[in-house]
Design a protein around this ligand. Structure first.
Ligand SMILES: Nc1nc2c(ncn2[C@@H]2O[C@H](COP(=O)(O)OP(=O)(O)O)[C@@H](O)[C@H]2O)c(=O)[nH]1
Ligand SMILES: [Mg+2]
Length: 353
């Protein structure tokens, strides 16, 4: 899963990238920077505490930080194609107090979000129009049923986009959803807007966010915050200094953990776990994946030879902490290949070798 970190110049994108991936900060990198972040999960921590495994594997996402560009290039075809390649977007909005030193105008998050939405609609509209033209051309040569269905859908998208309605808000049937997926439209991508604030604003953040969500009346917009400069400074400190600093500011929360969990929740993914003395591992699968398919993420042989899955849920494990007891309480289940795996399931697969 790849997440693009986007936003204006000097909004804090590269700082955020290095906070999330723990990679060194290179402000003026001329190439895309790519880094992997482990998704913190207290369930993995608890399982590790108990099983003391030799190896631990967390869920992961990959972040991409793009080199700075002039304003107009931000929406260039090349950039948009790169954003489209990603599974989700993090849009950083500069809201720190001395932003006037960097920008000529004062940045209003509401305007910033609306502007990005508008530009995304324009980009999608242009893809839709291009597709309509090419479908029409090929249909003149040969009429295919699928082309007709697609054309009908594209026209529906076009009419809505022209009214300023993003594709995610358009009602689509299953077929249409499938077709539209192939186009990676921007206004269909999950997006987390992140306000980059100053540490002085942290105490007021609830009211800032409330205010913004009432203005942006769309439940789709996920909005979060971080103080990039402060988190970056914290990252550079040793454990002692960090504790002292957080105490001074009366902060408990770890912004990095919070943002990574919010990013993960954008992705329509869940985790199941495999556990043992050798390894505790979180496996990422799409919501709705069945047991047999989930087995395939571990190894194709396990999928091929699938017999059944022995499943118990993390929440039950937490209460009992012993497979014997889970069995006695009938909390350890045998599931067949069509069982829909749930977030937090702990699974042993039985299979024919
Ligand atoms: N005061 C303040 N300045 C910031 C903050 N985040 C970014 N900046 C400014 O933006 C500069 C570049 O940050 P960077 O992450 O490289 O921005 P990018 O262009 O979005 O990648 C920093 O050196 C600061 O001048 C912040 O949280 N507070
Ligand atoms: Mg940068």
């Amino acid at each position: 899963m790849e997440i693009a970190i986007i936003g204006r110049k000097e909004s804090g994108k590269t700082l955020l990238f290095s906070i999330l991936t723990q990679l060194e900060y290179h402000q003026f990198s001329v190439e895309n920077q790519v880094g992997v972040a482990k998704i913190p999960d207290f369930r993995v921590d608890k399982l590790v505490e108990y099983f003391k495994p030799k190896s631990i594997v967390h869920a992961k996402v990959t972040f991409i930080d793009f080199p700075g560009v002039a304003k107009e290039e931000f929406y260039s075809a090349k950039r948009i194609a790169q954003y489209k390649n990603c599974d989700a977007l993090c849009y950083v909005i500069p809201y720190f107090m001395n932003q006037m030193e960097t920008y000529e105008e004062k940045i209003e998050p509401e305007q910033e979000i609306k502007k990005f939405e508008e530009e995304s609609i324009i980009a999608d509209l242009s893809s839709v129009e291009t597709r309509i033209e090419s479908l029409k051309r090929s249909m003149q040569k040969r009429k295919e049923k699928e082309d007709e269905i697609e054309l009908k859908m594209m026209i529906k998208l076009k009419e809505n986009l022209e009214k300023g309605i993003p594709i995610r808000s358009i009602e689509l049937n299953e077929d249409e959803k499938k077709i539209s997926k192939g186009f990676s439209f921007l206004t269909q991508k999950p997006i987390l807007y992140i306000l980059n604030i100053s540490e002085q604003q942290i105490q007021k953040i609830d009211s800032i966010l409330n205010d913004l969500t009432t203005k942006i009346a769309d439940s789709y917009h996920k909005i979060s915050f971080i103080s990039c400069q402060m988190e970056y400074d914290l990252m550079m400190m040793n454990e002692e200094e960090r504790k002292e600093f957080l105490k001074e500011l009366n902060l408990k929360e770890d912004a990095k953990t919070r943002i990574l969990q919010q990013v993960f929740s954008l992705l329509d993914q869940i985790c199941f776990f495999t556990v043992g003395q050798d390894e505790v591992k979180a496996w990422q699968i799409k919501k709705g994946t069945c047991a047999k398919e989930a087995a395939g993420t571990i190894h194709s042989d396990i999928e091929k030879g699938f017999i059944r899955a022995e499943v118990y849920h993390y929440s039950d494990w937490e209460k009992h902490r012993s497979e014997e007891e889970l069995k006695r309480e009938k909390l350890l289940r045998l599931e067949m290949k069509d069982y829909e795996v749930k977030d937090g399931d702990i699974i042993h697969f039985r299979f024919n070798k």
